[in-house]
Every structure is written in structure tokens, then in C-alpha cells.
Design a protein. Structure first.
Length: 115
């Protein structure tokens, strides 16, 4: 069985009710294989070239499924900002103040050689 077969293991469950169309089936197979670039490019071409509204809707749904979640973008930007802040904080607050006198040196340890 191919991955475009609705009864196969790797077929996406949300695509089981899609209309039968060769180009759409190829996009579903590309989605199942993880080729999201082909899905994005092919869905735009399919929407522009087909007259069937159900096929257009299915192609748009596939294209929407491969886009990143907007929340993940916000979380990524907040994480990057936190990392930048902590890096600047660490660099500016590392070590004792520069104008304080150095700590007194302790006694020099004695080294003994035993034969």
C-alpha cells in the first residue's frame, strides 16, 4: 500500500474525507512523508489551477497544517529575549566590583619533598 492510501498506517487521519484528486493525493503523500516544502508549493499551485471548491479547501487545509503555530513563534522570541537578558546580566555582574581592593593573599604553602 502507498502512503496516499487512506487505509495505510502513515496516512493522516484528517485527510480521510478529502475528495479524490490526483494532485491532492500527491500532496497528501508528500505530507505523510514529511516533505512540507512540496506541500506548501503544491498547495498554492493546486488552489490556483483547480475549479473544485472541495479540492481548494483541502489544499488550503494541508498548507495550513505545515505552517508553524503562531504561539511557538512568540515563545521562541521570549526565550531568545530571556537568553539575551541573562547573558548581558552575567557579563555585567560577573565577579567582585572592579574598584574594591584585592583580597589579601594567604600564607604560602610549604612544599616538602620526602625520599
Amino acid at each position: 500500500m502507498s502512503k496516499a492510501d487512506p487505509k495505510s498506517w502513515g496516512f493522516p487521519a484528517f485527510a480521510r474525507d478529502f475528495p479524490k484528486d490526483d494532485a491532492l493525493d500527491a500532496l497528501v503523500a508528500a505530507y505523510a512523508e514529511g516533505d512540507y516544502r512540496a506541500v506548501t508549493d503544491g498547495a498554492a499551485k493546486l488552489v490556483a489551477s483547480t475549479e473544485d471548491d472541495a479540492v481548494k479547501k483541502a489544499a488550503l487545509l494541508l498548507a495550513e497544517r505545515v505552517k508553524p503555530d503562531p504561539t511557538s513563534r512568540v515563545v521562541f522570541l521570549l526565550t531568545a529575549a530571556l537568553l539575551a537578558f541573562l547573558t548581558v546580566w552575567w557579563v555585567t555582574h560577573d565577579g567582585p566590583p572592579k574598584d574594591s581592593p584585592p583580597a589579601p593573599a594567604g600564607p604560602v604553602p610549604t612544599v616538602e619533598f620526602v625520599k
